[in-house]
Design a protein around this ligand. Structure first.
Ligand SMILES: Nc1ncnc2c1ncn2[C@@H]1O[C@H](COP(=O)(O)OP(=O)(O)OP(=O)(O)O)[C@@H](O)[C@H]1O
Ligand SMILES: [Mg+2]
Length: 314
């Protein structure tokens, strides 16, 4: 562990940017989104869409969701979705550990690869459905899925018995996913999306609570960051959790380097300056620039008045 973390009583780095479910903090939006995903699973809804700007906590939420369902469902998580339809099915079978070798000579005909894979997949789904278990496919970064693969997913979602869908599909991605699915080409898929939810960012109060929760989880006192520091973090991060983590982490480092036992607003300013390439400096230069403009204007007006006054004297 870093020496500087230890000096603040931290047993762990509280603001790492990996999506670690142990640090999950349930904001209003995260709770609502998690409820929607749970609903989609419980009601066996076909398609579910979760969107949000980068760093808002989509992958973190998925990890919490998967943890909650791990006893009751088989879930495949596809993280690298730039796959063709066949590659996608192959990677699904791989994730679910489905063996396709038995399908080769079934019904005395040799099935081609694709049919073999689909047949094995259907058998797998029916087996789990008979046991009352759910099967879900989650695609993270789904904005990168090619249109043909999204179409393939729609076809997979058609696998159903007379009573219920055999598979739930959760697409997760940045807001452009929303637009992609809304396109003319994917109209049929869009009509099948029954649950939609989104994440946008934390309020000022949530940001303060989020920072507290992470600090205490890592073993430090919540008082390590003072009130003004928390407000500044919210202002600079826009409430986006990844940005909160980056700024808070740098602010703690700045306080350490200055030998301060607490993190104040001034350390957050340094952190912001670091991250944005001297953001604070740039702002002060812009004030300086504006100040110079006013001074120049003032001098011009002053000179003009002197000249005009001089003209009237004679
Ligand atoms: N509700 C939350 N509780 C705790 N930490 C969170 C929460 N939401 C986000 N974070 C933290 O914010 C960071 C970014 O989260 P995550 O990677 O889940 O975002 P994302 O929406 O998947 O981003 P991207 O679109 O870039 O994939 C991680 O460090 C994660 O731990
Ligand atoms: Mg993510």
């Amino acid at each position: 562990m870093n020496q500087y973390l230890g000096s603040f009583g931290l047993k762990d780095d509280p603001f790492r940017i990996t999506p670690d479910p142990e640090y999950y903090y349930p904001t209003q939006e995260h709770i609502a989104a998690l409820n929607s995903l749970n609903y989609a699973m419980e009601q066996r809804e076909g398609f579910c869409l979760l969107t949000g700007e980068p760093g808002t906590g989509k992958t973190t939420l998925l990890k919490v969701f998967m943890e909650n369902w791990k006893e009751r469902a088989e879930i495949a998580l596809i993280m690298t979705p730039r796959l063709t339809p066949d590659e996608f099915i192959e990677s699904l079978l791989d994730d679910f550990n489905i063996d396709t070798s038995q399908e080769v000579l079934s019904d005395q005909i040799i099935l081609n690869d694709r049919n073999r894979m689909l047949k094995a997949f259907r058998k797998f789904l029916l087996g789990h459905s008979a046991e009352g278990r759910r099967v879900a496919i989650i695609v993270d970064e789904a904005q990168n899925l090619p249109v043909e693969t999204l179409e393939e997913l729609r076809l997979l979602s058609n696998l159903e018995t007379d009573k219920e869908k055999l598979i739930q599909i959760i697409l997760v991605g940045q807001p452009e996913l929303h637009h992609k699915i809304g396109s003319e080409q994917l109209k049929q898929l869009s009509q099948r999306v029954t649950v939609r939810c989104s994440l946008s960012g934390l309020s000022k109060d949530e940001t303060a609570d989020y920072v507290n929760a992470r600090l205490t989880r890592a073993g430090a006192s919540a008082a390590l960051l003072d009130k003004k520091a928390r407000s500044a973090i919210h202002r600079f991060s826009g409430g986006i959790p990844r940005m909160i983590n980056i700024i808070a982490s740098r602010a703690i480092m700045a306080a350490y380097l200055k030998g301060s036992p607490v993190v104040g607003k001034e350390h957050v300013m340094i952190a912001e300056m670091d991250g944005k390439g001297a953001g604070v400096l740039r702002r002060s230069y812009s004030w300086l620039g504006r100040g110079l403009q006013y001074a120049a204007l003032f001098i011009v007006i002053l000179l003009a008045s002197i000249i005009v006054a001089g003209m009237f004297r004679y």
